[in-house]
Design a protein around this ligand. Sequence first.
Ligand code: SF4
Ligand code: SF4
Length: 211
Amino acid sequence: MTDDGERGTPGKGLVQGLAVTLKTMTKRSTTQQYPDVEPELPPRSRGVIALLEENCTVCMLCARECPDWCIYIDSHKEEVVVPGAARARQRNVLDRFDIDFSLCMYCGICIEVCPFDALHWTPEFEYAETDVLDLLHDKNRLGEWMRTVPPPPAHDVLGEPSKEEATAARKAAGPGAATAAKADVRRARPTTADRPNQEAQPKPESPEPPQ
Ligand code: SF4
Ligand code: SF4
């Protein structure tokens, strides 16, 4: 239903518009002068995916789990002679690792599933292209972005050590450390000799059975 009274007030809309203009004129501008000034992004921004090639074992998990099928990996096998080993071992050598960012939906599944921390988010976002075909980036480009990956967050001081840290600490302590630690725990347990009052207390009598 139309409000006849409001429609009949000439210039009301103009006054309202000017009021909004005056109100915003007094506020501080939030315009960011990009590209002259780089924006300050949160360190965990999902800009682009970087590849740490040395960590990649070509297990193919990321390519298999990617919902968009936009990761392309090629590799070949290479023999590695290990001194003292009965026969040469084989390892995968990465030939191609491309991500097509025209298809990628930045879900992060590839980063989550990688068991060797070879893929990382980086806040880098300046990789726009004028041709969509140029959004296919190879391992060299993905590797260059590694320098923009922020360092991992500090450990929670109250949290449990990771499996790797616990193993490293055990190794550093030497082979007898675990046995010695168990012996310390056993020695620290209170014995009956330490609790004479408890032993002296009479045991509660069991109730008489009903006749
Ligand atoms: S972020 Fe998602 S869509 Fe993009 S490459 Fe990784 S798994 Fe595929
Ligand atoms: S999941 Fe990780 S290690 Fe496996 S192929 Fe992908 S990047 Fe390489």
